[in-house]
Design a protein around this ligand. Structure first.
Ligand code: GDP
Length: 444
């Protein structure tokens, strides 16, 4: 695929719809407009009503076109948007006509935004913000995506990189005057102060308990309990559909079943896990291992006990935290005498007590989501680079403190600048571009 191709795609949703938007970017637009639009090349930035025809002069549709000449367009190239009727026949006629023009092809996912990135219109975190706002389902995801696409992260990383460039310049002074005995002490003290401040800032960003990633990908709640406690029944009730198989034979749920819901304004994955118990069955044992992983990684665990026949062993789980919730189930039948201390008594089957439990889950999740204001990290990609950058800064500090090697410290700071630069896409990103832009839908 050549960079010079003009790309074209349906940018609006699935047909049929009242209107569809077909988008083009590249230098063939002049030719296309001249050949296929009755109006010729439209006046820039004005909606123009025109007929759109195929190469044989047959009418495809009548609609509006807007021409945005480069470089002041989204991609930096000439772009044309066609607003046509959103029926499948119109769309396929339009797309096949456009792509049969020489030098015009269908766009890859995210290719318009990739061209915008390559033209320096936005950096990588802003491009990710564009992908995220298209996917955003909750207000929290939308707010986070908007902050990112409007440069919220760019500013933060630019500030850090500028500080590091300043620190590097100071260290290079020390490197340049290695023989002056008293220089290091005086010169390194302010460098160390600045370096420590920055290390503190990055540690604070990394100490966000993954909230930014969770707002984007979803929080996790694990329902844990002995076989037959009623976990699947509760999950199905929370899902409002038959997500898990409910049977009265213990050990049926052999794998982890998840449902996705919005709770407390956040996307939440709720999992029903295999009962945590000793077993000789190999498949079930694997289920138990997965259940343990899910249990340990969840933001909240709901420990479920069958109130008619309590098995309390689950409550001594090593993953149990004080914020976790204990639920006694089967409140609709006779309860045993040895009930544990519990937070909610419910009947997963009849629904009694479930709304109160749902409210508690929602409140927990919304509290957790708002526990970190404006998280800096919204993707694993950012975290990995920040962790690596931080390690370089700590190595630089050690080298300066021990007085062993300002040259080494300078090299570490240079590496840290590269790691932070990679987050915004300023350096060494060829390998991540494919991954970042393939997350997009076609037409964006
Ligand atoms: P799991 O193994 O923990 O997932 O348990 P299930 O959800 O498969 O339920 C095991 C059995 O308990 C099934 O026969 C359910 O119908 C029954 N059960 C689940 N919840 C309740 C409840 O609230 N009341 C009563 N009476 N039975 C329940």
């Amino acid at each position: 695929m050549s960079e010079r191709d003009t790309i074209c795609a349906l940018a609006s949703g699935q047909p049929p719809a009242a209107i569809c938007i077909i988008r083009l970017s590249g230098d063939r637009i002049w030719k296309i407009a001249g050949a296929l639009l009755d109006c010729g090349l439209p006046e820039p930035r004005r909606a123009t009503l025109t007929r759109f025809r195929d190469e044989d002069g047959n009418m495809i549709d009548e609609g509006l076109v807007v021409f945005m000449p480069g470089p002041h367009s989204y991609t930096g190239e000439d772009t044309l948007e066609l607003y046509l009727h959103g029926g499948p026949a119109v769309i396929s006629h339009a797309i096949s006509t456009l792509t049969s023009e020489p030098g015009v092809r269908l766009a890859e996912p995210g290719e318009f935004t990739r061209r915008a990135f390559e033209a320096g219109k936005l950096d990588l975190t802003e491009a990710e913000g564009v992908a995220d706002i298209i996917e955003a389902e909750t207000d929290a995801q939308k707010a986070q995506a908007l902050r990112q696409l409007s440069g919220g992260l760019t500013e933060q990383y630019d500030r850090w990189r500028a500080e590091l460039t300043g620190i590097l310049a100071l260290i290079e002074v020390v490197v340049d005057f290695p023989d002056e005995d008293d220089a290091p002490e005086e010169t390194t003290a302010p460098v160390l102060r600045k370096l420590n401040n920055l290390i503190g800032d990055i540690e604070a960003a990394l100490g966000d308990r993954g909230i930014g990633e969770k707002i984007r990908d979803g929080f996790r709640i694990a329902i844990i309990g002995a076989p037959n406690a009623g976990k699947s029944t509760l999950l199905n009730r929370l899902a409002g559909r038959e997500a898990a198989i409910v049977t009265s034979r213990p050990g049926t749920t052999r794998d982890v079943i998840e449902i996705r819901r919005v709770m407390g304004g956040q996307v939440v994955w709720i999992s029903d896990t295999a009962g945590l118990r000793e077993t000789d069955d190999e498949i079930e044992a694997e289920g138990v291992r997965r259940a343990e992983r899910v249990a340990s990684e969840a933001d909240l665990r709901v420990f479920m006990v069958d109130g008619s026949a309590p098995d309390l062993s689950v409550l001594s789980s090593p993953y149990r935290l004080p914020t976790d919730i204990v639920v006694v189930n089967k409140a609709d039948i006779d309860m045993a005498a040895n009930l544990p201390a519990y937070d909610y008594k419910i009947s997963a089957k009849q629904g009694e007590g479930v709304p109160a439990l749902e409210t508690a889950l929602s409140e927990f999740i919304s509290g957790k989501a708002s526990s970190v204001e404006a998280p800096v990290i919204t993707r694993a990609r950012h975290r990995v680079r920040l962790v690596d950058g931080l390690a370089c800064l700590i190595a630089a500090r050690d080298a300066l403190e021990l007085g062993t090697g300002p040259e080494l410290a300078a090299e570490d700071v240079r590496m840290a600048i590269r790691h932070l630069g990679a987050v915004v896409g300023a350096v060494g990103v060829e390998d991540v571009l494919g991954a970042v832009f393939s997350e997009f839908c076609i037409g964006k």
